[in-house]
Design a binder for this molecule. Sequence first.
Ligand code: IFM
Length: 497
Amino acid sequence: MSILTRRHLLRHAALSATAATPAGAVLGTAATGLGGCEPGDAEDHTATAPSAATRLHFPPDFGWGAATSAYQIEGAAKEDGRGESIWDTFSHTPGRIRNGDTGDVAADHYHRYADDLDLMRDLGLRSYRFSISWPRIQPDGTGAANQRGLDFYRRLVDGLHERGIAPMATLFHWDLPQALQDAGGWESRDVAYRFADYADIVFAALGERVPVWLTINEPKTVVQNGYLFGHHAPGHRDPDAAYLVAHHLQLAHGLAVRALRATGGTGRIGPAFNLHPCYPADDSPVDGSSPAAEAARLYDGYENRLYLDSALKGSYPADVLADLGPDSRMVRGIRDGDLEIISSPVDLLAVQYYTPIYVTSAGGTERRWPTSEAEWQQIYPDGMYDILTRVTRDYGPIPLTVTENGLPTPDVLAADGTVDDAGRVSFLRDHLAAAHRAVTDGVPLESFHVWSLLDNFEWAEGYDQRWGLIYVDYPTQRRVFKRSAHWYRQVIADNAL
Ligand code: IFM
């Protein structure tokens, strides 16, 4: 592994070790600037809507959506036969999660899903992206299906249809059954095949009712946070294992695509990648030969091409393989035929954009824009444009959906019952404007999902960060539309910014 890669890892380790972002550097606090936004952007734009001529109209039938994931909102950790996942184990391990929080109750969505569906309808959503909890379907990760788990998702999907909202289901959003972790987790090639079995069960039960499937949510986050830096489950710090895990996650993706095709159904399917545009910190041309450009290119290999190239081109990037070296567990773990499976044709690509990365000639990184409460997130809306146009340019006109975009803001429920998250309104408006510009320039973007519908369990940050359009008062589980939810409802109704 090269010096650059070690620096890449160190940079992440440093970020992950950082405590909360210093006050004053946070978007949405009174004293801060808004990266990528104009001065005064924290104003309520619902009150100053642009004239019809200057509005940004989205394509007819644009899929306005919001996203969640099972462990982050469902709670009901021990109900209806649900097994344990690695996030149950991890969150109950002292010292792993801020304030000792767990997903045991979360937003209690498992019990309140019908009310939450009504909130989605009130918001005007046309698409809802959620994930299915593998340990609800197969408590130990193998064997017969747990019917009560399937029934929950059947009720959820039916409720979406009744309200005219299209379901978009993610098969895996990090909650691996603990029993499979005990058998080696994603380091074990066999787990990719167990995932395909699980996918078979889910497709048989829900395949007719779910028009869009996503396979694995953010394999890169599992690789980096779960296996390089250890601040996500399963909490390992093992670079050699990490990239073998990347390969097995990609293999699992391809097997699930094939499983859906084998049903003969009409559902569409694709991967969900969090993509970070990587820029040379010295502002030299991205495709140039300056040391910073070269360093940024390898960084891009680890952040983006490792996943994009294998799924969409059928090859791993040569620079990353060379950097890992022929003796790495990943390179040794690639078998004949794997890349054909991984690159099984997909119907769409789900893009999740949060932050850019600026890479120095020495392979380190620099911050250029203010961060949100999530210290890893620089606020740079143009990155949305860059990543969407780049994917279309490099991988062809595959339909795209943005399945996550958002930020945490320091939201407070005021005495008058309102939540004024002006920073979220500014952020979403600027990122949607960038997405619109990409559409104007020919990107086949079909939908956009805000992360997140509800405040929820933000992994190692517990409930400290609030990412939702809808505020959750955890002691009472009361839901309150934030200012951003009112604003988003209007955007959806107008189909325009
Ligand atoms: O909350 C997460 C989500 O689970 C995956 N994408 C990033 C979000 C914010 O960190």
